[in-house]
Design a protein around this ligand. Sequence first.
Ligand SMILES: Nc1ncnc2c1ncn2[C@@H]1O[C@H](COP(=O)(O)OP(=O)(O)O)[C@@H](O)[C@H]1O
Ligand SMILES: [Mg+2]
Length: 219
Amino acid sequence: MDTINQGILLKKGAEASLYLIEWYGRKAIVKVREPKRYRPEALDNRIRSYRTIHEPQLIHEAKCAGVSTPLIYMVNVEEASIVMEYIEGPQIKKLLNTTNREKREILCNEIGKSVARLHNYGLIHGDLTTSNMIKSFQDKIVFVDFGLGEKNGELEAKGVDLHLLKRSMQSTHYRFWEQCFQNVLKGYTSVLGVKISEKVYEKIKEIEKRGRYVEERRQ
Ligand SMILES: Nc1ncnc2c1ncn2[C@@H]1O[C@H](COP(=O)(O)OP(=O)(O)O)[C@@H](O)[C@H]1O
Ligand SMILES: [Mg+2]
């Protein structure tokens, strides 16, 4: 793709490479899912095209759910690339580690509200980490990276989604993860209501118990 040649490589991840380019006078991101040689070619092509179509669909649905996501400018299934709006601003991961307690609480509350809006709409993000959230200069928390997401209204899926966020906060924000996650749950409850939220929290506990059981069996 010509546009990529003039772009700056921002990240070469396990799943995709991200380039910063100029797109008709605007800054844009190209997310390319490069071929994986370890997979049979036909299967690899199927996986990459599926995810390339699937991610923008979920990004669109998240907007319908009331959650900020980048605008999609173009999808090229053959090249497995997505051109989208570049969100300027710090990753929530960095912000949480550098800001004060009060601002952290407000941010986490907002994160919880957004996750609840996704769940309320039957959407699962699939990779809820604070690296996949950006605080835009328009002061919104923008969610990215829906490649592992799905439409799923089940309690189990909601529990797993939040459990992943908890785990990611424990490892990236270990000094104050409890305060962070508590405020995520506060925001979540304020949108979904106490009754449903309680059920999700029970699910998280159950998932954690299962995890511990597996750990004990391993020892
Ligand atoms: N539209 C965007 N604007 C600004 N930064 C982005 C955008 N999309 C992704 N990023 C940044 O690049 C990182 C990697 O992108 P991501 O879509 O999460 O790829 P991966 O699937 O490899 O994790 C994200 O964690 C985010 O910080
Ligand atoms: Mg990511």
